[in-house]
Each structure stands twice: as structure tokens, then as C-alpha cells.
Write a protein that binds this ligand. Sequence first.
Ligand SMILES: O=C(O)CCC(=O)C(=O)O
Ligand SMILES: [Fe+2]
Length: 357
Amino acid sequence: MADSDVATPIELPVIDISDPHDPVVGKAMLDAAAKYGFLYVNSKGTDFSTEDVDHAFGLSKRFFASPAAEKETCRITPNNRGWSGMHTETLDPENQRTGDFKEAMNFGDFENGKAQQPVPPVLAPHESEISDFAVLCTKTCNRILSLLALGLEMPQDFFTSRHDPASGPTGSILRFLYYPSIFSPATASYKHDKDVRAGAHSDYGSITLLFQRPGQPGLEILTPEQTWAPVPIVPGNDPSAFPFPPILVNIGDLLSYWTDGLLKSTVHRVVFPLAEQRSPNPQDRYTVVYFCHPVDATELVPVPSEVVKQHRAKSGGVGVVGFGGGAGSLEPGKRPLTAAEHLESRLAATYGFTKEN
Ligand SMILES: O=C(O)CCC(=O)C(=O)O
Ligand SMILES: [Fe+2]
């Protein structure tokens, strides 16, 4: 694969989602999701204010700076909730000699503002604020899911009605991530071209929202030419165009399966860009990620979309997905997979054990 530092950054479309009922925007969203599997949404016209995002990053920073003994009180459990320390997770075990150079804190569904898991002491007074942030994430995901449904020429609520946490538990996760800088003792063993901050993987859910901070680069996506392309944190030449860096959205495996591979679940990873390694002032990278999943019991029935049908006819429906052929290959008399079963099968295929990325 090409050296990521000589690769040209990828240019992805920036989509304004302030009107989730606009079919033209739906088409633009669908095109980006089908071509790249990644797109930005303009931070104006989402459900977030700059303060909401700054506040979430502030809480995340305080958590990762808190004593290890406190983080231990909420260590990650098999339900994928809690704190995972440096090198605990290895997203690409076949190609990594060391676990990811990152720490993460995962929150599952909140109920009435309450986490359904141990909350670390430093975050306990802020539990409802974290829950509020997760609610804003679901609202923004609903805009995106509505637009994708419009782009697919389906009833606009086809996806959103199946992602409503009021209908039951979901696999959704709000995650704080911390990747220490190249100056940190925690990264002393990091070797360029051997190690990664987060191994190559695709996400498992429907869609993922990624919030990033200016000056903290590292994300790369695998292009169809099998090269790594860095993704700029702020697209274009005018950072002042956005109140905070646009939210990067990517399609996960489940939505790719559900649309028979029309929507792409693109492989991505996090590295130390060479420029960052050589910088006199390298930065830690903090990100906030929301993995949006349908309600567990959702049946992944074939989507009622002519656009998907045409895609199937064109691609022959063979090898387009790789994870069981896609929802449209459901044989007569067979029951569709549920969202929870799809997740299980992805986890089993990747790791042989239950762990979501
Ligand atoms: O932190 C990032 O930039 C990406 C994180 C990611 O891809 C993941 O946790 O699935
Ligand atoms: Fe990811």
C-alpha cells in the first residue's frame, strides 16, 4: 500500500442536512455513501451547537486525565461498555504486532438520562449531559437516515422507525477516544509503518458519526485502489466556514448488508501522520464517535427500494457485500437476520469473540 504521507488527502462531499426532507440532498447523500462510504455533514444545520461539542470533548479529556484506579472502576465488559486501556483493543489483529495506541470509553444506551453501566467518578456528575449528547447524536443520525431513505426512494421513515430506542434496546455506542501524541511515554515503542493508533477495520452498525478537533489528524480511509488516503479534519481551504469541524459520517457493515452492498462500508484506520511525528508540537488526538445501530430485534428485511433492486441486477448480487450476501438474497421461507444477529456474525467473523469496534 502507498505510504500514507505521500498520498493525496481525499476530497469528500460536505452535505447540508438542515432539511432532512429534501430529496435532492437525499440523492447527494446516497451518491456519497455509495461512492466513498464516507461524507461530511456541515456542522451548521446539525442538532449540535459548538458548545455541545466542546463540552463533550472537555468531559472526555477530564476522563482520560483521571487516575487509572478510577478508570478501572468501569473497565470494559463483554457487553462492550466501559473503559479500555492502552493496547487493550486490536482492531486488525492479523496485521498488528501491538494493540491500538489508544484508550476508549464506551457508553451504551441511556435510559431517562441514566447510563446502564458503571460511570467513572469524574464523569458521574455529568451523566445527564453525556446522555443529552447521545440524544443529539440520535437526532442527527435520524436526519441522515431519513435522507438516505429518500435517496433510495423509500418511505422516509423506513430506517428511522427501526432505529427508535423507544422500541427496545439497540447496539448503539457513544465512545470517547484518546490517542496520545508521539511525545507521550505511552507511544515510545511506536514504529512508523509497523504500528497504528487504531487498526484497519470497518464499523459494524448502520452509520457512524465522528467528531474531530482541529490540529489532531490521523484518520485514513482505504480507497478502491487499495491505497490509504488521509481525511482532512476540515475540508476545503476555509476553516471559518464551519462553527466546528464538520461531522464525518461513514456507512457501517449493517447498512451495507441491508442495501446489498450499494452503500459502502469503507475500511479505515488511525495513524500518526509523518508531519505530526516531525512536528515540534505534536498533539494528542481526541475523538468522539457515535456508532448508530438499529433496535436489536429489527429484522433486516430486503429494503423496498428500486435503486437497490437495480444495483442488485447490475452487480448480479454476487460478492457485493461479503457478509452473507446481503439482505436481498433472502431465500423464500427463510427468516431475515436481526440486527443483533448481524452484529454477532460480524463479531464472530472478525474476532471469533464478542467485541464491537
Ligand atoms: O478516532 C477515530 O478517528 C476513528 C475511530 C474509529 O474508526 C472507530 O473507533 O471505529
Ligand atoms: Fe471505525
